[in-house]
Design a protein around this ligand. Structure first.
Ligand code: PAF
Length: 281
């Protein structure tokens, strides 16, 4: 497995693979890989001849008060995980390789990016769409793999690919959880022991909401109230949002009867965590 830092090196490698008629999968990440990323890499390895993992903490998707400076990084550990999982190439550029000093071209999106995480992170999805578009242009993969934990991101990327006629398939992969239910996230490393315990209120609340729907509750406001009450019972929590939206367009719904995304963002201490479940009908 190779680690490369430049766009030119990626292009040369992919060109060589294409000459041999090989298919290419891309797993975009910001590094500090865990079993969630590993499941995406394993899926790409299973479905493509070659797999590229991008490992890049993308500065333009962080707001001015967010955790860009402290975002955890460990390339050596990431490389070991990628190698063990069968990836062929890690693309680990410096920010200067991706963004020229006078960079001024962005990919932006209306509607889908305004609610949920977009409400409190107004520039986030512009940064995500821009860097993911660049990665698609650089690698030109047949397929790209994204986790359902960032469900809004998955919906946004799918829409971008459709709207801009990008010639690749987007593969969404299930949330990977710790044994006690906490969704795996690189940001879990910020949690103290006490906060780690408190963070279980996210999955517990979602499980209660899902059970209510499965028991026949169709009033989205009532399901949101069940989820909200469970989170509020945890003293270390502060809710950013609890929302139930149409999974096709991310618009809020009054009834839980169609295909829905139930998504939450909650601060545990200073750490903002997200989690969700999707019911497709
Ligand atoms: O999900 C992430 O880790 C990032 O948002 C992504 C897709 C790698 C873009 O920087």
């Amino acid at each position: 497995m190779k680690i490369v830092k430049t766009i030119e090196e990626v292009r040369e490698q992919v060109k060589a693979w294409r000459k041999e008629g090989l298919s290419v999968g891309l797993v975009p990440t910001m590094g500090y890989l865990h079993e969630g990323h590993q499941s995406l890499i394993a899926r790409s390895v299973a479905e493509n001849d070659r797999t590229v993992v991008s490992d890049f903490v993308n500065p333009i998707q962080f707001g001015p008060t967010e955790d860009l400076a402290t975002y955890p990084r460990d390339l050596e550990r990431d490389a070991a995980l990628c190698e063990a999982t069968g990836a062929n190439l890690i693309f680990n550029p410096e920010a200067e390789e991706m963004y020229a000093p006078d960079f001024c071209t962005y990919v932006d999106m209306d509607h889908l990016t305004k609610g949920l995480c977009g409400a409190s992170r107004p520039i986030h999805f512009r940064g995500v769409c821009t860097v993911v578009s660049k990665l698609f242009h650089i690698v030109q993969p047949d397929r790209a793999y994204f986790g359902q934990k960032d469900a809004q991101q998955l919906a946004v990327i799918r829409r971008m690919v459709r709207d801009l006629n990008m010639p690749l398939e987007i593969v969404g992969c299930p949330i990977i959880r710790e044994e006690d239910g906490l969704a795996k996230s690189s940001r879990n490393t910020y949690l103290s022991a006490e906060e780690r315990q408190a963070a279980l209120c996210l999955s517990r609340a979602l499980n209660k909401g899902k059970a209510a729907i499965e028991a026949g509750e169709t009033d989205a406001a009532k399901v949101k109230a069940i989820i909200t009450a469970e989170i509020k019972a945890e003293p270390l929590s502060r809710i950013d949002y609890v929302e139930i939206v149409d999974w096709n367009n991310l618009e809020p719904v009054a009834s839980t009867e169609g295909s829905i995304l139930t998504a939450i963002a909650v601060y545990i201490g200073k750490t903002r965590l997200i989690d969700n479940f999707i019911i497709e009908r």
